[in-house]
Design a binder for this molecule. Structure first.
Ligand code: ACO
Length: 428
């Protein structure tokens, strides 16, 4: 007999179905509760609410497990490449060699961005935040590729939009970097791979064919893979909810970029480096900053610490911490901020406040140190997160559309004024 949960409201007992996931996760299905009883459930911040059933990513926060389509993140980060993981997330299985080659070639063929996009891009102040520019440019792609507006695209048409976005995103990111320096943009090159092309467009010059140390290219693959998807987080939920109104992929991803920007989410990677710099410039006293983080009257939080779902450790942070040590050593980079990060982590992990609240370093704690060692400015860090998260956003948007999920529309408990009598302004 299938499992049910019962709820008694005003003496009337209702049986609610229990849904069991493939990893044995349990959920009480309350979708008919209001129809049957007039009640809704209340869960501010969706701390205990499942918004969908998804086959893309499994996350067990208590045990620090993360898998994409059944594959462990540790294996993917170690053995795979970014575009292979992108394919896996979007289409549900690992590609054959031929299929992956075609996927790569199709994406490469779409890396050029329409020249007219440069006209309005030129209007951004060069110091404006890269995330604001990125969300505008990605949203603007819908103006240049209006066929994406059709919510009833065939699978082939939808695929074209997906490939187009995967191809253009690194080019757009490189435009933003070049603009911040006042340098001309570098065009994608036919003979370079996805990551090599990206790095050449970022760090190369107009006619250069810069080659990069394989350590750097490997690090970029690893970082992007580690960010590729994370089930129903704030930005992904945003992408799904925007897409659920039948908004096009560019508009949905543009909204996700804005959600990612906040320092409580993807913006934390920039905030971490700035925090570590502040601590260094203030004499390196990590205890002082721990005390600030614990002080409820102080708005300061330990950036890069804590996670809504991970309550043991973030498996991505473990991989990144090791990668950070390896990369800095291989590149011969000595970063005093890394010493501060290690001291801060050690002090926090043995502090009762952090132990009681199960606060551990998250993926953003060490990623910024690697990005910095690779030569990126701190305000580009969240843009790199977005580049990594793109396949996840696409996969989640596609899954939601393929399953024809209904428009996302939470309810509320109204607790405002009732029945006030309108008075004319002259009498107020
Ligand atoms: N520093 C100090 N205290 C913290 C921190 C922190 N970084 N994070 C949580 N806490 C405390 C809270 O004050 C709260 O304490 P209380 O129970 O005494 O009131 C308790 O831990 C629980 O925290 P919540 O904010 O309720 O947890 P929530 O799940 O809502 O927030 C979040 C998770 C936003 C990640 C939070 O831990 C945080 O702000 N971290 C810093 C920002 C950060 O690193 N964000 C990146 C997250 S990973 C990602 O999005 C890619």
């Amino acid at each position: 007999m299938s499992e049910t949960a019962s709820i008694t409201l005003n003496g009337k007992t209702l049986e609610l179905p229990v849904i069991t996931g493939t990893e044995n996760e349990k959920a009480i299905d309350i979708s008919k509760l209001r129809d049957q009883s007039g009640y809704i459930t209340l869960d501010i911040g969706y701390k205990n609410t499942g918004a969908t059933q998804s086959a893309i990513t499994f996350l067990d926060g208590e045990n620090g497990v993360l898998k994409h389509r059944g594959y462990k993140i540790e294996d993917l980060a170690e053995k795979s490449t970014f575009l292979e993981v992108a394919y896996l997330l979007i289409y549900g299985h690992l590609p054959s060699k031929e299929v992956l080659e075609k996927f790569r070639a199709d994406i490469k063929a779409q890396m050029l961005v329409h020249e007219d996009m440069k006209i309005f891009f030129a209007g951004f102040p060069s110091k404006s935040h890269p995330m604001g520019q990125l969300s505008c440019l990605v949203g603007a792609l819908s103006a240049f590729y209006p066929e994406s507006l059709n919510p009833n695209q065939t699978e082939e048409e939808e695929n074209k939009t997906i490939i187009n976005l995967l191809g253009k995103m690194p080019t757009i990111v490189s435009w933003i970097q070049k603009k911040s320096l006042g340098h001309p943009v570098v065009y994608p090159k036919k003979d370079l791979g996805y990551i090599d092309n990206f790095m050449n467009m970022i760090f190369g010059e107009v006619n250069s064919d810069k080659t990069f140390d394989p350590v750097i290219i490997d690090a970029m693959h690893k970082l992007l893979i580690l960010h590729a998807d994370h089930e129903q987080n704030c930005s992904t939920s945003t992408v799904r909810i925007v897409g659920s109104s039948n908004a096009n992929l560019y508009a949905s991803v543009s909204a996700g970029i804005n959600a990612l920007w906040g320092p409580l989410h993807g913006g934390a990677n920039q905030a971490v480096i700035e925090m570590l710099e502040d601590i260094k410039n203030d004499g390196g006293d990590v205890e002082k900053y721990l005390a600030k983080a614990k002080d409820k009257n102080d708005p300061f939080r330990l950036m890069g610490f804590g996670h809504r779902v991970y309550k043991n450790f973030d498996p991505r942070a473990k991989i990144i911490k090791k990668a950070c040590d390896d990369i800095l050593e291989k590149l011969g980079v000595q970063d005093p901020v890394l010493d501060i990060a290690k001291k801060l982590e050690e002090a926090a992990l043995s502090d009762q406040y952090f132990i009681d609240r199960k606060l551990y370093p998250n993926v953003d704690f060490y990623s910024g140190i690697i990005y910095r060692a690779l030569g990126f400015n701190s305000d580009m860090f969240t843009v790199l997160f977005a580049l990594g998260r793109l396949p996840g956003w696409i996969a989640q948007w596609k899954e939601m559309r393929d399953k024809k999920e209904p428009i996302g529309r939470p309810r509320q408990v109204y607790n405002g004024e009732i029945d006030r009598v309108y008075t004319d302004i002259s009498t107020r």
